[in-house]
Design a protein around this ligand. Structure first.
Ligand SMILES: Cc1cc2nc3c(=O)[nH]c(=O)nc-3n(C[C@H](O)[C@H](O)[C@H](O)COP(=O)(O)OP(=O)(O)OC[C@H]3O[C@@H](n4cnc5c(N)ncnc54)[C@H](O)[C@@H]3O)c2cc1C
Length: 424
């Protein structure tokens, strides 16, 4: 049999999807030329961002957490690509992708560098969507990257440093989905810790969640929604449901029906859209800003370009719903894609992507989480440990075991420094 020609595979984005495609291909076909392009030299672990946004650093800690610095905090969710790919022959390029030329099969990078490919994997993830709400982008902070998370915690720290002890502090989380609820739950502890450090009257500190739909965590089962709402209310979070944010000024938020809420900090977690590079691609099919893919995750009509993770639009026919944009989906699609690239190179038939039912656990302040796995609703510390176990499983899937364990243990130490004594 004729030996297949050496192929050049270019993977764009080192998130959950890109890292998995690259690791699987590097393992199954080390003879291939694989290039991974990412704008940062690290891989970000989004599920723990809420912890970073609410983390007490030494300047704001009652109980000192050993060795917790700004760098170690960032390092607990930003894994250097060199550590992930140290044992492979892959090439890693740190640069931003600015456009794609499907005709000449080239990727254009910042500085007008061009890179050719035989097979291309688009795994550039998603961005915050502000839905054209006037001034929302200007007057809110997003939570989409580790730097966003650090900005939020620094901003809150500064608000406490700036305000006199009897002055009101209003923090609003825009959006009561998974991210908004996780963040609000953990901010409760952070705000209590800061109130004590700055001798700020706790009853003058208000944390609210503003959500457009009638429920929190739209998309989860009713039991999970109710458990999450009960937990957040018991922590003192004010919840505004059926309240669609219509516009924002420097320190006030307006909703429909009519609500006017003042804020010192507005954190916007409610909108996600695919990477805006998608808007600049010609001749592709899109739905809800994402790239429509065929059953083997190739973008239509191209036969050598795959789209995986948050920027792919995939419909789950069995459950008549759009496949959820989660890390689990991204990893799962990546595994199919690595196999299919190998099949294409070997001229073998492609395998068809079968979405899995999503599982989720939502941490809601301290060592407490709510989740649903295989129809079973879990609540409390057990669910929180399951979430931590999932993080360890993930770290061990991309890093050598010892490093994975070190990273995980560091998180366990750092992430429980907030004060929940009065509420648990
Ligand atoms: C706060 C938060 C918490 C979350 N928690 C969970 C959770 O608990 N469980 C879960 O399953 N999902 C969770 N998600 C969703 C999950 O993170 C995403 O679904 C997942 O990251 C999608 O993977 P991806 O590979 O498509 O994109 P990403 O992981 O976002 O990766 C995209 C990569 O592309 C890079 N990139 C982007 N643009 C460019 C460019 N122009 N040039 C070069 N590189 C570029 C980025 O730097 C990034 O490395 C969470 C998301 C957020 C925001």
């Amino acid at each position: 049999m004729e030996k297949p020609a050496k192929s050049k595979i270019v993977i764009l984005g080192a998130g959950f999807a890109g890292v998995r495609v690259a690791l699987d291909l590097a393992k199954s076909a080390p003879e291939l030329e694989i290039i991974l392009i990412n704008k940062n030299a690290y891989h970000e672990f989004h599920p723990d961002f809420y912890e970073i946004a609410a983390a007490s650093l030494p300047e704001s800690q009652r109980k000192q957490v050993p060795r917790l610095t700004y760098e170690s905090l960032k390092g607990s969710v930003a894994i250097p690509l060199a550590e992930i790919f140290g044992n492979t022959n892959m090439k890693i390029v740190i640069n931003s992708v600015v456009s794609l030329d499907f005709k000449s099969q080239e990727v254009v990078l910042r500085g007008m560098k061009r890179l050719s490919y035989d097979f291309l994997v688009l795994a550039l993830g998603s961005e915050t969507n502000y839905f054209n709400i006037p001034d929302l982008k200007q007057f809110s902070l997003p939570l989409k990257s580790v730097d966003d998370a650090l900005n939020i915690r620094n901003e809150i720290d500064e608000i406490f440093a700036r305000k006199k002890e009897k002055e009101k502090i209003n923090i609003i989380v825009g959006g009561g989905g998974f991210t908004g609820c996780e963040l609000a739950g953990e901010l409760v502890g952070f705000l209590r810790t800061l109130s004590k450090i700055h001798a700020h009257k706790q009853h003058e500190v208000r944390l609210s969640v503003v959500e457009a739909s009638p429920v929190l965590i739209n998309g989860a089962s009713t039991s999970v929604q109710q458990a999450a709402e009960k937990r957040l209310r018991s922590l003192g979070v004010e919840i505004y449901l059926n309240s669609k944010i219509t516009n924002v000024s420097k320190s006030t938020l307006f909703t429909d029906p009519h609500l006017v809420l003042p804020f010192d900090l507005l954190i916007w977690t409610a909108g996600v859209r695919s990477n805006s590079l998608v808007d600049r691609l010609a001749g592709v099919h899109t739905e809800k800003t994402c790239l429509i893919v065929d059953k083997s995750l190739r973008i239509i009509p191209l036969k050598n370009v795959f789209a995986v993770g948050d920027l792919a639009y995939c419909f789950d026919e069995e459950n008549s719903t759009q496949v959820a944009a989660t890390a689990q989906t991204a990893i799962d699609q990546a595994k199919y894609t690595a196999k299919n690239i190998d099949h294409l190179i070997k001229n073998e038939p492609l395998i068809l992507y079968k979405p899995k039912k999503p599982k989720f656990i939502i941490p809601l302040g301290g060592k407490f989480a709510v989740g649903e796995i295989a129809g079973l609703v879990l609540e409390g510390i057990e669910a929180w440990w399951l979430k931590r176990a999932a993080a360890l499983g993930y770290f061990a899937s991309v890093l050598p075991t010892t490093k994975a364990f070190q990273l995980w243990s560091a998180g366990n130490k750092f992430f429980v420094s907030n004060d929940y004594e009065d509420v648990q």
